[in-house]
Design a protein around this ligand. Structure first.
Ligand SMILES: Cc1ncc(C[n+]2csc(CCOP(=O)(O)OP(=O)(O)O)c2C)c(N)n1
Ligand SMILES: [Mg+2]
Length: 300
């Protein structure tokens, strides 16, 4: 049964009338468009059975990576779950290494041994690519522990789906990270469904950022359908983490346009709900700002 509740509407962000320059929008646009085109191609190749195994697409969620990369530095690290093609591309990996990995080739970023769910790059400080729901959360906290132990000011961005917050590992990691003031930002990609199960079917707590209150951890709900609010929320969390003030939990409200994986027809949600989010498309909105800014420049 598809569910449409008011809680699904992404919060309006004041940041949309923007302090960011055209160059930043161009970077966001190029980065997100590359992710989108790559994944559209991956989807086609999967249907043609050139790519086998699992394949989870990030289409619709691109701003969560593009807006974070612009707010972090290359020595910061990223870790995520199995929906992991966009993260390395956003961090600057040549997409051919991601594609080769999807094909299971030795030239892939994990030497063809990982496939879709296990992208990795030591050079880019991208620590995967994890198939066990919630498995990356204590690992992300552990990377942050290493940074604190070594005494540098690097930060770890640890992404997870809304389904992962029901795992015990999430709570254990949040508790320790807060107690030890680790430089980690926990980012929930709240796309409202864990496979076909809606968030409000599994818990009364649907404002997922509030789960951090139990650990006295700073937290925010963020409009994840645009780069500006994502960048700004990450920037605030990064600043705190670099000062030694510890972790933050960010619940980013987002939407995946495709099914959970390639074999999911997504019958548990309505066409209207999907259209509502496609109207908020992060790539379209970045392009619109670029066009507006170009017109303003021409007039000057
Ligand atoms: C420990 C564990 N239990 C179950 C699964 C099967 N599984 C794979 S994805 C998934 C749903 C996760 O949803 P969510 O965290 O919301 O991420 P999304 O797919 O929406 O990005 C489940 C239950 C798994 N991979 N690991
Ligand atoms: Mg989800």
């Amino acid at each position: 049964m598809a569910k449409t509740t008011t809680s699904k509407v992404a919060p309006k962000s004041a940041a949309k009338t923007s302090k960011f320059d055209k160059k930043t929008y161009m970077k966001w646009y190029e980065s997100m468009l590359l992710m989108r085109k790559f994944e559209e191609k991956a989807g086609q190749l999967y249907i043609q059975q050139k790519i086998r195994g699992f394949c989870h697409l990030y289409i619709g969620q691109e701003a969560l990576v593009a807006g974070a990369v612009s707010a972090t530095k290359p020595t910061d690290s990223y870790i995520t779950a199995y929906r992991d093609h966009a993260h390395p591309i956003g961090l600057g990996m040549d997409p051919k290494y991601v594609m080769a990995e999807l094909y299971g080739k030795e030239t892939g970023c994990t030497k063809g041994k990982g496939g879709s769910m296990h992208m990795f790059s030591k050079e880019l400080n991208f620590f995967g690519g994890h198939g066990i729901v919630g498995g990356q959360i204590p690992l992300g906290a552990g990377i942050a522990f290493a940074y604190k132990y070594k005494g540098n000011d690097n930060v770890t961005l640890c992404y997870m789906g809304d389904g992962a917050v029901r795992q015990g590992a999430f709570h254990e990691a949040l508790n320790m990270a807060m107690n030890w003031k680790l430089p980690v930002i926990f980012i929930i990609e709240n796309n409202y469904y864990a496979m076909g199960t809606a968030v409000d079917r599994v818990s009364n707590v649907t404002d997922l950022h509030k789960m951090a209150d139990g650990y006295l951890m700073p937290n925010e709900q963020v409009d994840g359908m645009a780069c500006e609010p994502v960048h700004e929320a990450i920037e605030r969390a990064v600043t705190r983490a670099r000062k030694g003030e510890g972790p933050t939990l960010l619940e980013m409200r987002t939407y995946r346009y495709k099914g959970h994986s390639m074999s999911d027809p997504a019958k548990y949600r309505t066409k209207e709900e999907l259209e509502e989010y496609k109207n908020l498309d992060p790539i379209e909105s970045a392009l619109n700002v670029i066009k507006k800014k170009s017109t303003l420049l021409k007039r000057k």
